[in-house]
Design a protein around this ligand. Sequence first.
Ligand SMILES: O=C(CO)[C@@H](O)[C@H](O)COP(=O)(O)O
Ligand SMILES: [Co+2]
Length: 220
Amino acid sequence: MTKINIAPSILSADFGKLALEVAEVERSGADWLHVDVMDGHFVPNITFGPLVLEAVAPHTKLLLDVHLMIEHPERYIAAFAKAGANLITVHAEACVHLHSVIQQIKKLGVKAGVAINPATPALAVREVIEDLDLVLVMTVNPGFGGQAFIPGTLRKISQIAEWREQLGLTGLHIEVDGGITAATAPLVVEAGADVLVAGSAVFGREDRAEAIAEIRDSLK
Ligand SMILES: O=C(CO)[C@@H](O)[C@H](O)COP(=O)(O)O
Ligand SMILES: [Co+2]
């Protein structure tokens, strides 16, 4: 059976006590920590940069999963790797030379992911899929937490899972991001996802252990 990883997104955490928030989701059964970087250009919202990641990194042993929603990600990859990123995901829509950006990430000894927006076809990752550690299928339009899951993204998850199977890419993760709750988690896992980002569904709840357990229980 495939292990399903739950990755709380710190976008919905209380930034005033970020280290405590991160420690709490780690104690509560999270597998990865999802770090949403937004630049106010690729997406309308602005979050944080490598300095905040560097401040968080010593407070957790969770895999640091950095989601770059920024233009020109190639300019910032080295800084995020140095700050402690274990996995860096760039958007296909933000990279003119996607293959080259993936190689840049891997040369730094960091795992590489490519994200696609709801309107971007799965084909956008097909030519590079064999070089990747992860494909991130956005299940909402990027920029904000707390949005509703877009059901039309399920067929893309299935398509990517089919390529994973056909090409024997057993180590390739399929991550989903946006609107993941105990209600939508079974649908995306059924389609082939194995990394579930959950922002508001975890940090929006008082009891984070209960929130993570509810998502896991929904998969039984
Ligand atoms: O990348 C993003 C948003 O652009 C996400 O990682 C959000 O943080 C997910 O939030 P929820 O939909 O789970 O509240
Ligand atoms: Co994200």
